[in-house]
Ligand binder design. Structure first.
Ligand code: C2E
Ligand code: MG
Ligand code: MG
Ligand code: MG
Length: 282
């Protein structure tokens, strides 16, 4: 009895595996079609200068509005896209959209915003990223110096990213380290790279309370950024107390639900047009 029970469990397990593999195949097939069939969207999240309270740039974040699955967040498709290489087409499309969007905000008379895009680790390593950024900027007629790539800490300090980062930086595109403070990284490697900004991960920002800011992980990251001559951007700022602490610590810029969630282009335009600082200037 015990033996046949074990066999049944194995069969159930195998069926589960087969279903999972089939579901993954289907996801990848749908994802491959998503770019050509126009199912991707880009949302833009404002980045705020903490000295002036003004929106100075945005981060482009991909969404998938799937015919069969509905609205899919990056966590539901970026990992599969990375694993299969579909991410290259997605990132190229996002970069093209982002540049065209800058151009149309310019044409609408908005102050010149900066645009951050996320890029996949494999794209940096294969060396085709710089060409794609240059082509998109040229075709939209925007200065590459208004663009920034976000490279996760763990990727930037790895052995395969340095050449790609230098190539992108040589175009005048800025380079930010994303999710800083989430993993161990080689600081000596980071120090050798041509970087512009450090983004403090939301997990460090979440630990901030105004009265315990000194000596926090965010404090250490801001000090490190300053000593490397980098601007520091806090990500995932949700509470006024976190903002107050970041200000007190000398953080340069911030992003998070407190200032604005990722939104469509027209909502960015409304936000910037109101002309008032999003946060009270100290
Ligand atoms: P990320 O680059 O670190 O982006 C920040 C994430 O934090 C975004 O999640 C954003 O919506 C979320 N966020 C914004 N404000 C807050 C806040 O106040 N609190 C908290 N807890 N979170 C906040 P999202 O949009 O789901 O993107 C997740 C990740 O997917 C991104 O992390 C990025 O690594 C990746 N991703 C998104 N779009 C693209 C893309 O076009 N290409 C590539 N290669 N990766 C992308
Ligand atoms: Mg990012
Ligand atoms: Mg991040
Ligand atoms: Mg991330």
């Amino acid at each position: 009895v015990a033996k046949s029970g074990g066999k049944n469990r194995v069969r159930v397990f195998e069926r589960g595996m087969r279903e999972e593999v089939a579901a993954q195949d289907e996801l990848v097939r749908d994802l491959r079609a998503a770019v050509p069939s126009g199912e991707l969207r880009v949302l833009y999240q404002p980045q705020v200068d903490l000295r002036t309270g003004a929106v100075t740039g945005v981060e482009a974040l991909a969404r998938w509005q799937s015919g069969s699955r509905g609205w899919v967040e990056p966590a539901g498709f970026i990992p599969a896209a990375e694993a299969t290489g579909v991410i290259d087409a997605i990132d190229d499309w996002v970069i093209g959209q982002a540049c065209a969007q800058l151009r149309s905000w310019d044409a609408a008379g908005l102050p010149e915003l900066r645009m951050a895009v996320n890029v996949s680790p494999r794209r940096l390593a294969t060396g085709s990223l710089a060409g794609s950024l240059a082509a998109a900027a040229r075709s939209a007629g925007v200065d590459p110096g208004r663009l920034e790539i976000e490279v996760p800490e763990a990727v930037a300090s790895g052995p395969d990213a340095a050449a790609g980062i230098r190539e992108v930086r040589a175009l005048g595109v800025h380079v930010a380290i994303d999710d800083f403070g989430t993993g161990s990284s080689s600081l000596s490697r980071l120090q050798d790279l041509p970087l512009d900004r450090l983004k403090i991960d939301p997990s460090s920002v979440a630990l901030l309370a105004a009265d315990a800011a000194t000596g926090s992980l965010a404090d250490a990251v801001i000090a490190l950024g300053n000593s490397l001559g980098l601007e520091v951007v806090a990500e995932g700022v949700e509470q006024p107390a976190q903002l107050a602490a970041l200000r007190a610590l000398g953080c340069d810029a911030a992003q998070g639900h407190l200032f604005g969630s990722p939104v469509p282009p027209d909502a960015v335009e409304r936000l910037v047009r109101t002309g008032r600082p999003l946060v009270a200037v100290a």
